[in-house]
Ligand binder design. Sequence first.
Ligand code: NG1
Ligand code: ZN
Length: 555
Amino acid sequence: EMQLQLLESLHTQVCKTKNYSYTYGTAGFRDKAAVLDTVMFTTGIIAALRSMSHNGKAVGVMITASHNPPLDNGVKIIEPDGSMLLQSWESHATQLANIAANDTVTQLIQYINEIVATLNIDSNVTPSIVVGMDSRESSPRLMDCLLSTLSPVFMAKIVNHNMLTTPQLHFLTAYQNNHEPSSDDKTVISVSQYDSKFQTAFKDLMNLYEIKDFNDCFESLVVDCANGIGAPQFQQFVKGLPQCNSIKFVNDDYTHPDTLNNSCGADFVKTQQRLPAGVDDSLLNDNNLYCSFDGDADRIVFYYVGNKTTKFHLLDGDKIATLFAKFLKKLLIKANLTQDDIRLGIVQTAYANGSSTTYVLDTLHCPASCTKTGVKHLHHEAQTAYDIGIYFEANGHGTILFSDNFYSKVQERQTIAIKENDLSSLKASKTLLAFSKVINQTVGDAIADLLGVVATLLISKMKPSQWDNEYTDLPNLLSKVIVPDRTVFKTTDQERKLTSPPALQPKMDLLINKIEQGRAFVRASGTEDAVRVYCEGKHADDVKQLSKDIEALIM
Ligand code: NG1
Ligand code: ZN
């Protein structure tokens, strides 16, 4: 039974931020850490209610602000299966936070009772919550706010994983629900289950091809950890992988949270299109492959430097998606599986480079979908439209989803191949199954995606430059404009066209049509108080001008 009357004193103690407006956006709640006490308090409550509505299954809560600056923080809720919070609950989360910040405790309790009543939640169910946080200075304080109601008010079962990556928490939330411990089972669920699952998957795949090191494709892999939680987690992880002993780490100083995402990390590298701090002369080598995680290690981008110069070549989310698509498509053909047996497709957003979409359609002959920004949209499309749904945002956030039909068809083929002694088809089927285990299917995961990319390159004997040469990105620019009210910017057609302010899109179209292969769109950011402008075209100079002209239109 919930002890809601205790909320009165807890609310006074914990919720110092008042007269404030919060929104559960594309990435949960995100703001300056200093104002997040109140929203952490209510997020704990929402997570408890969500778990109760799932009959006490474990719900995850992650405290992080990903690629944002050190003084920011945020929080998001994870469903029992490891996916992102159901959309209809986002508005409950927003409303409860705003009631706690602006109204009385009586109203807060009233709203909780309303949720319980309208959603038919059994208030006798004991909620189960799995929590974790990134390496920010503010995270432990916010964790206290989050946990403040869970024991006294809800008597919740809590598993606190402390510091870990966002995808590790997604994985462990799902894991906990799938491994209900029996009474004599003393297994403690910890990050070691994550490590051993993905280590084993990678080793199995490497053993299938007798690969012992990276030497066929590159010298070392240099991993920029954005000075975030990905550093200790991945350093621990690779200790169990002899194939990975030439990995070098930069920006792994997670114990100094003021350096987090500072001139490094996936977002810096992708938006600045240059090397992160820390990659000095001793690490510059045109035979190396480089990659950058973001602050909570759910994004990754790769890059290399060409020809003894420091020319920088970015291998972003689009390049990762197309690499996987080409590799998996070849394996399907080798395994004698057609596009009718197994539908393989790519899911992108409007930020995907136009060249990548053309390459997918015209060279790989795979279907491509476009969804709104935010991985929940991509995830949903990958899940519903394809058997192998490869989804990536250009910024490096993505994963691959494999359907039940994928597993049954591949297993079927494997049985036939054994019977017919068709060794090449057998190996292809085995590779497909082993590769799917290297991927974290709950959410985009820098560690799992890294393993997937490295395995693909090694098995295909492909150098980073060969990967890059599959297609050439169109010159592009992404910029941000601060406007008085970004909510007036409304879009349609997967955010590719503005419907408001009314006169803007026709004016933009005139500018876009003036340049060769021009494409541009404007949308309000879901995570920052700004409007984003994306432009691409055949010639870099045109793109610069187009970007300036559009910025001038909306300012
Ligand atoms: P917004 O701020 O809504 O553009 C950004 C990224 C998204 C996604 C979210 C969540 C771009 C252009 N946008 O969203 O792709 O990753 O943050 O982190 O990169
Ligand atoms: Zn992130």
